[in-house]
Design a protein around this ligand. Structure first.
Ligand SMILES: *Cc1c(COP(=O)(O)O)cnc(C)c1O
Length: 522
């Protein structure tokens, strides 16, 4: 490896060329890294500087459209007659533009908390969330959560489906809500099925015996049990094991359907994996869905019950890939002995990528924006903006991160950060060592134009105010000048511009794409 250029090591390691498509949402053309083959990240950082967050919402639409097309494909191949429902699990990313984009692409809605239902209620009143979408309400529900569900139902939204997590919850809900409800039950993992690395899922749901009690309790009421929820886990890349687990749930569904003829939805929950975390990722989405449909079809036939509509709740699959962080190397500190160098970046890994610490073995796709001809080196990234000895990546025991020989000013892109990271970090909050949130560029599609919105980075005054100091105008002495907090621009004909740029094989150092200046009100 010694002396080998990064570009060669990259090609050898991943079996993809340095030019062209790298995975399904990252490409490299003419020495530039592109997100969704549309957004030139080198140009973005040349224009806006680093650290920088780029959120490209059309990628969310693409993810949803792809999954719906794969489901159609799987239905054709398997001859499955039940429908397919795509729900966005909003807890992966609650940002307004993210939720609005997912709904705009046809997604139904999955909630995890009282506030989440209240947001959905507002979106419905505003006409953003149509009445024909389902709202599936999961998790253990305290009175506030049940009251939010009941308020939504009483306001006339009929397709809200609380998924019962314990029997008391059901009693409280039925006491609160007279209107006929659609209800779901969540299957509780049997002890033998609990994944020792992720034991937390065991607390959710009802045992088979409790599910029978729900059926009995609903028997002479106006409420209907419509959904069976069989969530297995998250980012499940072993399709065989997942299908085997779901085959048992299909069996349970079919038996329950014999007692509860109102049942019509089989929900396999979250778990659909995203390609966003590793360039080694492979998953046969159509194959997985086709097998699940075949299993459901044969199980239902054996029990003489109709094929249910399949429901998936897609969190990380929907949003992980739409968002990128770009950070800049400030200092390189030589490693001692054989240890890799410390590459100190102008941000914090533990703040911006909290799952790097929380989830054992969590990976992220980390690529250099430039310097691909430089010799490859194993490095350790550390957050320069905290003085926390845990603020580094990769974590102990993980394979080394390879980058071009690092130098101050080098730009590094962190892909696949659109799911959970900002929610867990507490977007907009006061962070570890007062690390400010980076400048955020939000790109949305509006018919054939891309609308670009810029949100200024946090300044020290805002952070101090969050912490209770009466000094909202305080600023760091040397920092980027604070810009207008929100700017909106319309990029004129960005698709054509990028296409022609690509034909020219955009030279190194080419100017960033030009933006029109017309302001636009949304
Ligand atoms: C979190 C969650 C999801 C989303 O999971 P992903 O693995 O991110 O897709 C779906 N359903 C339920 C009930 C959840 O709790």
């Amino acid at each position: 490896m010694n002396g080998q250029p990064y570009v060669t090591a990259f090609t050898d390691r991943y079996g993809v060329g340095p030019e062209g498509q790298i995975n399904d949402f990252i490409s490299r053309r003419g020495d530039r890294l592109l997100l969704a083959d549309q957004i030139d990240l080198n140009a973005m950082v040349a224009r806006y500087g680093a650290p920088l967050e780029v959120a490209y919402c059309p990628q969310i639409t693409l993810q949803i459209e792809r999954m719906l097309a794969w489901a159609d494909d799987a239905r054709m191949r398997s001859g499955y007659v039940g429908g397919f429902i795509y729900a966005y699990a909003t807890k992966a990313n609650f940002a307004e533009e993210v939720v609005r984009t997912a709904i705009g692409a046809g997604a139904h809605y999955e909630t995890s908390a009282a506030a989440d239902v209240t947001i959905a209620h507002r979106l419905w009143q505003q006409g953003v969330l149509p009445s024909d979408r389902y709202i599936f309400c999961n998790g253990s529900k305290d009175d506030a959560y049940l009251a939010a569900i009941s308020a939504l139902r009483r306001a006339g939204f009929a397709r809200v489906v609380p998924v019962i997590d314990d029997l008391d919850e059901l009693e409280t809900l039925l006491a609160m809500c007279r209107e006929p409800l659609l209800l779901g039950v969540r299957e509780r993992h049997a002890p033998a099925d609990v994944d020792a690395d992720h034991p937390g899922g065991e607390r959710f749901g009802l045992t088979p015996d409790e599910i029978e009690q729900v059926v009995e309790r609903l028997r002479h009421t106006p409420h209907r049990l419509v959904m069976y929820h069989a969530m297995v886990g998250s980012q499940i890349e072993d399709a065989d094991r997942w299908n085997m687990r779901l085959a048992r749930s299909a069996e349970a569904y079919a038996r329950l359907r014999q007692q509860a003829p109102s049942l019509m939805l089989f929900n396999f929950g979250g778990g659909m994996p995203t390609s966003a975390y590793s360039l080694d990722f492979r998953f046969d989405y159509v194959g997985f869905l086709e097998r699940l449909m075949r299993t459901l079809a044969s199980t239902c036939a054996a029990h003489n019950v109709p094929q249910p509509t399949l429901v998936g709740e897609f969190g990380r699959y929907t949003v992980a890939s739409h968002n990128v962080f770009i950070m800049e190397v400030g200092r390189v500190k030589r490693g001692q002995g054989d240890a890799p160098d410390w590459v100190l970046i102008n941000g914090s890994l533990m703040v911006s990528l909290p799952d790097s610490l929380i989830v054992p073995g969590q990976e992220f796709i980390i690529l250099p924006l430039d310097g691909w001809d430089r010799p490859v080196r194993p490095v350790r990234l550390a957050g320069r903006l905290t003085c926390d000895s845990d603020d580094f990546f990769p974590r102990p025991g993980a394979p080394p991160l390879l980058l071009p020989d690092p130098y101050p000013g080098q730009k590094i892109a962190f892909f696949g950060v659109g799911a959970y990271q900002q929610m867990i970090a507490g977007r907009g909050g006061a962070h570890h060592c007062l690390t400010p949130e980076m400048r955020r560029i939000i790109i949305e599609r509006d018919e054939d134009a891309l609308v670009v919105r810029e949100v200024a980075p946090q300044n020290l005054g805002q952070i101090m105010a969050l912490l209770g100091y009466a000094c909202e105008t305080l600023e760091l002495p040397v920092h980027q000048p604070v810009r207008a907090p929100v700017e909106r621009r319309v990029v004129r004909e960005p698709l054509r511009l990028l296409r022609s740029a690509r034909r020219r094989n955009m030279p190194r150092g080419a100017p960033p794409p030009r933006y029109g200046s017309a302001a636009r009100h949304m």
